[in-house]
Design a protein around this ligand. Structure first.
Ligand SMILES: C[S@@+](CC[C@H](N)C(=O)[O-])C[C@H]1O[C@@H](n2cnc3c(N)ncnc32)[C@H](O)[C@@H]1O
Length: 387
């Protein structure tokens, strides 16, 4: 990553993307011609800052992240999908950033997006909930797979996970899936929470184990690492089906790159002298499968697998109990409040009764009451009552 290369250097996007190319050339990943082409292309930040017409809304940290991950697509006939387009400006910007893109699709639940008209014929907008089967079907009807998918939709935890489960399978091998505005993962209004394990960041942290799955799946009883999320949000997602090559996080954004089909990770050893550690025991191994098999025999720790399984089983129970406890606490607080109100009403009634009783006693004790006693007795006699 360039970030490592340029630590301490001024953060100038043009300079960074230029440096990135020099690094790539040095690594042998970019030809001089290609480097020239890329140097001539403006950075995303530049395009964004100079953009006119429809509005767009991005955070500073996204520009460099996008330049780093999208650079290799800039001269390619790619397809792109953005979930959540709001005013539509980001689609116009993607059109300028990827001049050779063939299809730039946007989806938004907001009805007003129907009125957005674009000069760029590659842009098409679909209005509706990106996670509904009907919108999914229309999105993939003419564009069955994408090189880039950007989720800038509702940012609600459940929607993020549901979209990932639906659309990551539609990413081409080597393609890039981006989730923006992940700060909402810490906010309850978006279904998140700082200490909530089943948040979008919690999901992505588990997903960060997937690029290494060849090292932990072999010889292990079958269980799905993502099962707590599959159950909690009722989505169909299994780590066994996910081929993830890279996950990177920066401020509020996560980039997930799909693995290439048929890629096999091998250990490469060079040099002829091994004075500190003899690596010969690894030389006959052709890939990770053999390495894992060998480690299974010599030093695997089965308890770590048991702990994972325990985690998967227990976590939903813990969350369920926490939710029930919070609910009971709320009910108790409401009942206590009600009991306090009743107690106060009771005390007010007792006071009112004491007041009227004391007024009644005063009447009985008065001289006029005693002097008029014969009259009251006579009236009662006339009415046939008792004295
Ligand atoms: C942050 S804005 C998008 C900004 C835009 N990408 C940009 O860069 O300027 C989020 C958009 O997502 C849309 N949205 C929310 N839930 C959605 C859903 N389930 N499906 C599609 N779009 C959704 C909202 O209507 C809103 O316009």
């Amino acid at each position: 990553m360039l970030n490592n290369v340029s630590a301490g250097a001024p953060n100038i996007p043009e300079l960074n993307s230029g440096l990135q190319l020099i690094v790539e050339m040095y690594r042998g990943n970019a030809s001089r011609k290609k480097a020239k082409t890329f140097m001539a292309l403006p950075t995303l930040r530049k395009i964004f800052d100079e953009h006119k017409r429809f509005g767009s809304d991005k955070w500073t940290s996204y520009f460099e992240t996008y330049d780093n991950h999208f650079n290799r697509y800039r001269d390619k006939a790619i397809t792109l999908l953005e979930i959540g387009i709001q005013n539509g400006g980001s689609l116009e910007i993607w059109g300028k950033y990827f001049p050779k893109a063939t299809r730039i699709l946007g989806c938004d639940i907001e009805e007003k997006c129907r009125d957005l008209t674009f000069e760029d014929p590659r842009i098409e907008v679909f209005v509706g909930d990106a996670n509904s089967p009907s919108i999914y079907d229309s999105l993939i009807k003419d564009t069955p797979s994408f090189d880039i998918i950007v989720d800038d939709g509702s940012h609600i935890v459940e929607d993020i996970i549901r979209s990932f489960a639906m659309y990551f399978p539609k990413l081409k091998p080597g393609g890039v899936y981006v989730i923006e505005d992940l700060h909402t993962s810490y906010w309850p209004q978006w279904g998140g929470g700082t200490d909530l394990t089943l948040s979008s960041m919690g999901f992505l942290k588990l997903l960060a184990d997937v690029p290494n799955k060849e090292f932990w799946r072999d010889g292990r009883p079958d269980f799905n690492l993502l099962e707590p999320f599959a159950k909690r949000y009722n989505v169909d997602i299994d780590d066994a089906d996910l081929n993830i090559d890279e996950i990177s996080f920066s401020n509020s954004v996560c980039v997930i790159r799909k693995g290439e089909d048929g890629f096999e990770n091998r250990r490469h050893i060079t040099g002829t002298e091994f004075r500190v550690q003899d690596c010969n025991w690894l030389l006959p191994l052709s890939g990770t499968r053999e390495l894992v098999e060998q480690l299974n025999v010599s030093g695997r720790r089965p308890e770590s697998t048991d702990m994972q399984r325990e985690f998967v089983t227990v976590l939903p129970e813990v969350l369920k109990n926490r939710a029930e406890l919070a609910n009971l606490r709320e009910q108790l607080a409401a009942s206590q409040h009600h009991a306090e109100n009743l107690q106060q009403a009771l005390e007010r009634k007792e006071q009112a009764l004491a007041n009227v009783e004391s007024r009644l006693s005063a009447v009985y004790a008065s001289t006029s009451w005693r002097m008029t006693k014969p009259i009251r007795a006579g009236v009662a006699l006339l009415r046939g009552g008792k004295r």
